[in-house]
Design a protein around this ligand. Structure first.
Ligand SMILES: NC(=O)c1ccc[n+]([C@@H]2O[C@H](COP(=O)([O-])OP(=O)(O)OC[C@H]3O[C@@H](n4cnc5c(N)ncnc54)[C@H](OP(=O)(O)O)[C@@H]3O)[C@@H](O)[C@H]2O)c1
Length: 290
């Protein structure tokens, strides 16, 4: 792949969008479509934007995330998490771009301890977030063969604001919280968003067939184990305490054991190795900000 490739990212300000911008910084011309630039529920407006930009690839990392948020606004979750990606799939058929859409381990029920969900595992969404994401997983391949649907598990990584799980925990530890209580019965495949974004680039540049893929760092961990490891790697004195997830009030039914593995592509490097790199970056960014 020699010529500069044009791409558009929806959700470019988010966790994954930030990582995609880094991973595709050279050799690609990726433009993030700002949240206010176009009404993504308006297909005609989207068509106009695409026709002018003529992207070869469109990345959709835009999401109404969080189970509570989607339980409170299921209509919004449907419009952004299901209908918008379906519009993108229709436009990919019409205009010929490749769609790269991101999905989630939350579409799955619990798997047996020690096992992981692969691309052939059967989803069973339990809440409005999971259902809205699974809707897109089903619609996209039914609409276009030009799409990748890439399912991810819990991400850690750089983001302009520390609004997501691990980063929130680390900010609390850095602010001197003596104890962090973290669920030990929620098990995932912790993944570094930068590793994920680099693999996405590899998938496109190697020309892997379109379709469904699970992308995650190798291994699995409870949220407690993830936070414990990060606090230890950063040399912080905060005590990390395992508690059941029922400790925290939450809306919607949730699955708890949803690590991901792929039967199509190799796993990314082990999550602890990736976490160590992230912790170095996190530490350097904090030191630079002081
Ligand atoms: N983070 C994780 O742990 C995780 C785990 C599994 C799967 N995933 C999947 O990975 C993809 C990217 O997730 P992410 O963590 O990068 O997301 P994020 O950082 O929470 O948000 C991504 C973007 O979505 C848009 N957005 C957020 N709230 C919105 C709202 N209320 N209305 C309209 N737009 C809104 C914003 O983009 P703009 O303002 O630029 O439009 C935001 O930058 C999603 O498909 C998600 O399901 C993430």
């Amino acid at each position: 792949m020699d010529a500069i490739q044009n791409g558009l990212i929806f959700g470019g300000t988010g966790k994954l969008g930030t990582a995609l911008s880094h991973a595709f910084a050279d050799g690609w011309n990726l433009r993030a479509v700002g949240g206010k630039e176009v009404d993504v529920t308006d297909k005609a407006a989207l068509r106009e934007l695409m026709a002018a930009a003529r992207p070869r690839v469109v990345f959709n990392a835009k999401v109404i995330g969080g189970v509570d948020a989607c339980e409170q606004a299921p209509g919004l979750a449907y419009r952004i998490n299901t209908r918008f990606p379906a519009h993108l799939a229709e436009l990919s058929e019409e205009l010929g771009f490749t769609l790269v859409h991101f999905s989630t381990d939350a579409v799955f029920p619990d798997c047996a301890p020690g096992r992981a969900h692969t691309e052939s595992s059967v989803p069973a969404p339990l809440n409005a977030y999971a259902l809205s994401k699974y809707g897109a997983d089903c619609l996209i391949p039914a609409i276009t063969p030009r799409a990748y649907v890439l399912r991810l598990s819990v991400q850690f990584g750089e983001r302009p604001a520390a609004t997501q799980f691990l980063e929130r925990m680390l900010e609390q530890a850095l602010e001197g919280a003596p104890v962090l209580r973290v669920a030990s019965d929620v098990v995932c495949s912790p993944s570094y968003s930068l590793d994920v974004a680099q693999r996405v680039r590899g998938i496109l540049e190697e020309g892997l067939p379109c379709g469904l893929y699970h992308l995650a760092n190798a291994g699995q961990a409870s949220l407690f184990e993830l936070v414990f490891a990060a606090v230890e790697m950063l040399g912080l004195s905060t005590r990390v305490e395992p508690v059941p997830s029922a400790t925290f009030p939450a809306q919607g039914r949730r699955s708890r054991i949803t690590p991901l593995a792929s039967e199509k592509i190799p796993a990314l490097r082990p999550w602890r190795e990736a976490l160590a790199d992230f912790c170095q970056t996190f530490k350097a960014a904090r030191a630079g900000a002081r």
